[in-house]
Write a protein that binds this ligand. Structure first.
Ligand SMILES: Nc1nc2c(ncn2[C@@H]2O[C@H](COP(=O)(O)OP(=O)(O)OP(=O)(O)O)[C@@H](O)[C@H]2O)c(=O)[nH]1
Ligand SMILES: [Mg+2]
Ligand SMILES: [Zn+2]
Length: 315
């Protein structure tokens, strides 16, 4: 950066639903090496879950949330406004990280880093090593996932902890035809991932006209809960996930520990319930409620199936 310049490096973090983008951003915020970081998080579902989960990781990061749509298309205007806000805060920031929605096109978002006040700092695409093979072959989402991978300056392979060497090598091999970007295995040192110069030398994103066929149209649905949930209900709920559901997440109260924040995650076949601090009343769903859950499914999934599935949590 030249002296007196106030251009903020902007890093884009993309990758398919549930790949591990927020986990990566949180790791950076937990160890920011003295950098002051603003995070713009684009949650595809109607209710912003990630903004709460990111808020946990750091003392006072600047988190700006963009929920209910995708910044690469339907929310582009809202994103431009939010970037304007960030520009106004530039004097107290060192870097901006944008988590793109799990369906979005990272390169489209990276174009904004060439607007006044910002400088491009690369596109990191997070890939779930346990699912990438099947995702690339899926006729509904394969193109979306391949386009994301092709946008990467650097690829981060997650769930490496769950895979043996053979499976990891297989995941790296299926990525090869789609990208020549270097691939790191998670967890990777955030310093390697942020502070990147774009490999493409800066002109790449400008040369491409926006793809007119946007990414696959995923179906999403959310539900605010009124009562704390029983663990058995949740386990059953995991089991009866309708076909097509790729992602669900929520922050809610369990009846065994109603004063705690329970975080529910479904990413493909991986499910988890963890606790994350005390219930504050500021969680999605409002003070009187018991939290909220968002579900996202493949294009073509009947929304009614999601409505019914989420309804199980609140009956
Ligand atoms: N075992 C394992 N789990 C991971 C890894 N990375 C992420 N996860 C888990 O995967 C789930 C989804 O992770 P997130 O970081 O929320 O994924 P995301 O890409 O931000 O998801 P969306 O924003 O909804 O698209 C969480 O339960 C994480 O704890 C990893 O490297 N290994
Ligand atoms: Mg996320
Ligand atoms: Zn989009």
């Amino acid at each position: 950066m030249t002296a007196g310049s106030t251009r903020l490096p902007l890093t884009v973090v993309g990758g398919y639903l549930g790949a591990g983008k927020t986990t990566l951003v949180n790791r950076l915020l937990a160890d920011p090496r003295g950098q002051r970081i603003a995070v713009l998080v684009n949650d595809f579902g109607e209710i912003g879950i990630d903004e709460v989960l990111i808020g946990e990781a750091a003392d006072d990061p600047s988190i700006l949330s963009l929920a209910n749509g995708c910044v690469c298309c339907s929310l582009a205007e809202g994103f431009a406004k939010t970037l304007g806000k960030v520009r106004g805060m530039a004097h107290r920031l060192d870097r901006v990280v944008v988590e793109v929605s799990g369906v979005g096109e990272p390169a489209k978002v990276a174009r904004w880093s060439r607007t006044p006040g910002f400088s491009p700092d690369g596109v990191v695409v997070v890939v779930d090593g346990s699912r990438i093979g099947e995702q690339l072959e899926d006729r509904r989402i394969g193109e979306t996932v391949a386009a994301q991978v092709a946008d990467a300056d650097l690829l981060l392979l997650t769930r490496a902890d769950l895979l043996d060497d053979e499976a990891l090598a297989a995941a790296e091999a299926v990525l090869q035809p789609h990208s020549s970007a270097p691939t790191l295995r998670a967890p990777a040192d955030p310093a390697l991932l942020f502070g990147l110069e774009p490999v493409a030398g800066g002109s790449d994103a400008d040369e491409h006209e926006p793809r007119d066929s946007a990414h696959a149209e995923h179906v999403s649905c959310s539900r605010v809960l009124r009562e704390p949930i029983h663990r058995d209900t949740l386990d059953l709920w995991f089991q009866v996930r309708p076909r097509g559901v790729v992602r669900a997440k929520g922050i809610l109260r369990m009846d065994g520990s109603p004063d705690m924040r329970s975080v529910v995650q479904v990413a493909g076949n991986h499910t988890s319930v963890t606790t994350s601090g005390a219930w504050s009343g500021d969680e999605p769903g409002g003070e009187a409620g018991a939290g909220a859950v968002v579900a996202i499914a493949m294009p073509g999934t009947p929304r009614a199936a999601l409505v019914k599935w989420l309804g199980m949590l609140d009956s």
